[in-house]
Design a protein around this ligand. Structure first.
Ligand SMILES: [Zn+2]
Length: 574
């Protein structure tokens, strides 16, 4: 079976006027008013009304995404920044009460109960949840939260260090951790740590403000603490805090032995007495960094070929994205750091942004974002915007799963067998080494938001305890202060509270897809694609099942995955 979609099919506006400007509230508001006032006299009319709501949502989302893309592809242009801020500050807060009114109108509608729930059930649950959580008085608090998170990005974005007379951003400095000269790695690492500590009071202040604000938002919505609110807000309908604790325990018992083995192997290859925080990234055999490509054209051609080997249809889809200029990949001055996949919801096209500089990681990043892009394309025919987005717990199965499904084809970039092995090994090691950090960040957030009024000292102690539980292999002696505030560099704690375990749940799913692919690659890829085509139209357990995976992330699920990765690492060798 070919992974077929028609990416060029258009979905013209039917309800929103063709030339309506989605950045102008005077043109947007009447559309909400019309939807609220429209009489609905049959189930079919209710469905059409839902589609029209989705059309408006798609038009607004695309306008927002285009502004965001424009800003991040050229951050030194104040006009672009202003255009994005206008949307966040002027349009978003005004649409929120409107969406709430539409949600309420839907819930109250007599024809709602006639809709087939196998089709509408998931959407229905989302809308019910939206209405249960919405509080008008939280709208300004949420805007304040967004602005405070921006302060965090400003603080960390402004940090630089000077090494050998050269001023480096922390991102640039991080590349020195690849250096084979241990002295260089340690020197740069120390510079970065000292620079971060300079601002540690400002960051602690900011975090206290955020915790306080979030706790108020939760109380306004009728919850005892922000943890319980966040579980609803993040639509965790299918798992509970108890499941998260089981994940922590599963990581500790199933993944840590393998992680410790990988670190011990690294330590002995490096020939050092103990593994220090500046030893985790360098090639343990002292080889120079992999250089899979020079220009971004080569990166694109190589990934297209890899996708084609996974499935010819995916190769075509990726080629289409290149032709339509939906890829902005190479690093250049003025571009925001990092990488993301964004969706143009009206055109129903994906867009990939990253900062490629020719490293092995860049290939993996593009394979990852490619998985997200295929997910968008696979579900683009669905008229409900709710179903063209997928919960993160499964969306990251699409991307992390693609990294693993593509790994056997990395020889497209690495003709030399030992380089290929090295890259494949990196992919598998990354998939495992990520677990302890996810458990650490998740456990820490559970503690933070259920210990209201804690002191900074209690927070520090709790952090250390959790860190030591999940990261016993690294030697921090002499750098206790750096360890105390290590969490300050985890962006999600500041900008997306409680968003992190999703990666662990998804990696558990992705590894299950990978395990199936070792027995039958073709069959695993087909199920992967079928699950992607469902978009967000099913519950998490059903989406995982469609992909051939269990929606579980406890010891019993993690153990066989750890064993299989361990075996494969042994088989690959160096
Ligand atoms: Zn992702």
């Amino acid at each position: 079976m070919m992974m077929q979609v028609d990416p060029r099919r258009e979905f013209p506006r039917r309800f929103v006027p063709k030339d309506a400007d989605m950045g102008d509230w005077a043109q947007i508001e009447p559309l909400f008013t019309q939807l609220l006032a429209r009489p609905i006299n049959s189930m079919e009319e209710l469905e059409q009304w839902l589609y029209d709501c989705s059309e408006l949502g798609g038009a607004l989302a695309e306008d927002r995404a285009r502004r965001y893309i424009a800003m991040t592809t050229q951050t030194d242009d104040p006009v672009r920044e202003q255009a994005y801020n206008h949307f966040v500050q002027e349009i978003d807060p005004k649409t929120k009460p409107m969406w709430d009114a539409l949600d309420r109108a839907y819930l109250a509608h007599p024809y709602r109960k006639m809709l087939p729930m196998d089709r509408y059930g998931v959407m229905d649950r989302i809308v019910e949840n939206n209405v249960a959580l919405f509080r008008e008085e939280n709208v300004p608090l949420e805007t304040e939260e967004v602005l405070l998170s921006k302060d965090y990005q400003k603080l960390s974005g402004a940090m630089t260090v000077t090494y050998q007379g050269q001023e480096l951003t922390l991102q640039q400095a991080a590349k020195f951790l690849d250096e084979t000269d241990r002295r260089v790695r340690q020197d740069v690492w120390e510079l970065v740590v000292r620079r971060r500590l300079q601002d540690h009071d400002a960051i602690e202040d900011l975090y206290d403000k955020l915790i306080d604000l979030r706790t108020r938002i939760a109380k306004n919505a009728g919850f005892d603490n922000y943890r319980d609110y966040a579980f609803k807000r993040r639509r965790r309908f299918d798992y509970t805090p108890a499941d998260c604790f089981q994940f922590h325990e599963g990581v500790e018992r199933a993944m840590l032995p393998l992680v410790n083995r990988v670190y011990e192997d690294r330590r002995s290859k490096l020939g050092v007495r103990s593994l220090r925080p500046w030893d985790t990234q360098v090639d343990p055999l002292g080889r120079p960094p992999l250089r899979p490509f020079e220009a971004s054209d080569e990166l694109i051609k190589g990934c297209e070929e890899i996708f084609r080997r996974v499935d010819p249809g995916l190769g075509d889809q990726f080629k289409f994205m290149w032709e339509e200029k939906l890829l902005d990949l190479e690093s250049r001055k003025g571009k925001a750091p990092g990488g993301y996949q964004s969706t143009l919801h009206e055109r129903r096209w994906p867009f990939i942004f990253m900062n490629a500089v020719g490293r092995d990681d860049d290939v993996r990043t593009l394979l990852h974002e490619g998985g997200h892009a295929f997910h968008q394309l696979a579900s683009r025919e669905d008229p409900l915007i709710h179903y063209r987005t997928t919960p993160y717990e499964f969306a990251e199965v699409a991307s992390m799963g693609m990294e693993l499904l593509a790994a056997p084809h990395l020889n497209v970039f690495y003709r030399n067998e030992s380089e290929f092995k090295r890259s494949y090994r990196n992919t598998l090691e990354d998939a495992v080494l990520i677990f302890p950090w996810i458990a650490t960040i998740d456990a820490f957030q559970h503690w933070i938001y259920t210990h209201i009024g804690h002191s900074r000292d209690e927070r520090r102690k709790s952090w250390l305890e959790i860190y030591r539980r999940f990261q016993p292999s690294l030697d921090w002696s002499g750098y206790e202060d750096a360890l105390n505030y290590l969490w300050h560099r985890q962006l999600h704690l500041f900008t997306s509270p409680f968003y992190y375990i999703e990666y662990g749940i998804a990696e558990t799913g992705a590894l299950q897809v990978w395990l199936r692919s070792r027995a039958d690659h073709r069959a695993a890829v087909e199920r992967y694609w079928q699950a992607l085509a469902l978009g967000g139209s099913k519950t998490l357990p059903r989406l995982f099942e469609a992909a051939g995976a269990k929606f579980k992330f406890d010891y019993g699920t993690l153990k066989p995955l750890a064993d299989a990765v361990g075996e494969e690492l042994d088989r690959i060798g160096d």
